[in-house]
Design a protein. Structure first.
Length: 246
């Protein structure tokens, strides 16, 4: 049996340790109030000036796609955070909340061309929560395909909420563990899939039976997973392992 083990976390995003301190680093817009806020603090010696833009975020295969956002806006758009000061940003949903499934966006903070070199560009996830009674959950499934010389890993999220991945580990038939991705490993958005590339030295140790094609997203993927779970909420309070087995 081969297994993929992923620690699935929610509510944290790796950002450059440069120029701005941002809190929170993942924005959730609830169904009720229809808005959320975040703070930009500038501990540096010079001002940070730039623009804030929101984009609809989708995943198609191995591609991350951004398109102009229509359902949500950010204010203010033009940013000027003085040295040692802070600025509040508001993310506002314009229409009704999604019915069943989270909608994903990216908030991009881009420094002004005149701001000089060395200022970081930031990309933060923004999620519009659906108008359902219970919080949506992710359902993560894993599979492997290809030959031992060309192993391909597949992660499917058939749930209505995103999954945040960390510490992807491959466990082969002999129980040997090999780290695929150390630390945070990105997101699998609702009803989407990703195929993270394994390290080059993993393929020779792969068992010979890794030849079946990947399952299609949807109910058929359930047959390849013995257990999958995720936690929603603040990463300091919630977190754990999602164990995806074949």
């Amino acid at each position: 049996m081969r297994r993929l083990i992923a620690a699935v976390l929610s509510g944290i995003c790796a950002l450059p340790a440069h120029a701005l301190d941002i809190r929170p680093v993942s924005v959730s817009v609830p169904a009720g109030p229809a808005h959320a806020e975040l703070w930009l603090d500038n501990p540096g010696p010079t001002a940070w000036t730039g623009q804030a833009r929101l984009y609809r975020w989708t995943q198609e295969g191995d591609e991350e796609r951004l398109a102009a956002a229509q359902e949500v806006v950010v204010s203010p758009v033009h940013l000027a955070v003085a040295a040692g000061q802070g600025q509040r940003l508001r993310v506002v949903r314009l229409g009704d909340a999604p019915q069943d499934t989270q909608q994903a966006y990216r908030l991009i903070l881009t420094p002004a061309p005149t701001a000089g070199d060395g200022l970081a560009r930031y990309s933060l996830p923004v999620f519009l929560e659906p108008a359902t009674g219970a919080p949506p959950a992710s359902r993560l499934h894993g599979a492997a395909s290809g030959s031992p010389a060309a192993l391909r890993l597949h992660l499917y999220n058939d749930g209505d909420a995103h999954a945040h991945l960390a510490e992807l580990v491959f466990v082969d038939a002999q129980g040997r563990r090999q780290l695929l991705i150390e630390g945070l490993a990105g997101y699998v958005l609702p009803h989407s899939h990703r195929s993270p590339a394994p390290p080059a030295d993993l393929a020779p140790e792969a068992p010979e039976d890794l030849r079946d094609p990947p399952p299609a997203p949807g109910p058929r993927a359930q047959a390849t997973a013995l257990f999958a779970t995720a936690w929603q909420g603040d990463v300091d309070r919630f977190g754990g392992q999602a164990r995806v087995q074949r």
